[in-house]
Design a protein. Structure first.
Length: 156
């Protein structure tokens, strides 16, 4: 392996490690995964929202939102109710315990990244996206389903 490929792999490993550390910190602090925090924040800001709206806003699959809602509801952080007009539609709202949990949460890594990324000039943003897409291709990862949230999944 060349020195440059070693440098690239080290950079990738640092990104992976930072994602792991941020998820662990969040789990230790609030007992929540980054995607759960995102759902709580959306509900805190938007009031009662449909599960479909949350899936669109987070770019997560409906099944993933259902699983997140199950876990948040089991901890009494959110409430869920079926729409009267269309029983397939589910409305979610944050409960006081969910708001209290949010008060303890450090900024998720994806929010820190997004804030710093948005401050970069457009040419640099485009260059980074092109480079990351190239890395995705080098790893044969183009077909892997992913949302824009840096989340390792279930924290259990």
């Amino acid at each position: 392996m060349s020195s440059r490929s070693d440098d690239a792999l080290i950079a990738l490993r640092k990104i992976q490690r930072m994602t792991e550390l941020a998820a662990k910190r969040l789990a230790q602090t609030a007992g929540l995964a980054p995607s759960q925090v995102t759902v709580l924040r959306l509900l805190n800001e938007g009031g009662e929202l449909s599960a479909g709206h949350i899936a669109e806003a987070t770019q997560l699959k409906h099944a993933t939102i259902t699983s997140l809602a199950d876990k948040l509801e089991a901890r009494d952080l959110i409430a869920r109710r079926r729409c009267d007009e269309d029983r397939r539609k589910v409305w979610l709202s944050i409960l006081p315990a969910g708001q209290a949990a949010l008060a303890e949460v450090p900024d998720p890594l994806h929010e820190t990244f997004a804030s710093r990324f948005d401050e970069l000039p457009e040419w640099q943003q485009a260059m980074l996206i092109a480079s990351l897409e190239c890395v995705t291709s080098l790893l044969n990862a183009e077909k892997i389903d992913a949302s824009p949230y840096l989340d390792l999944g279930d924290i259990a």
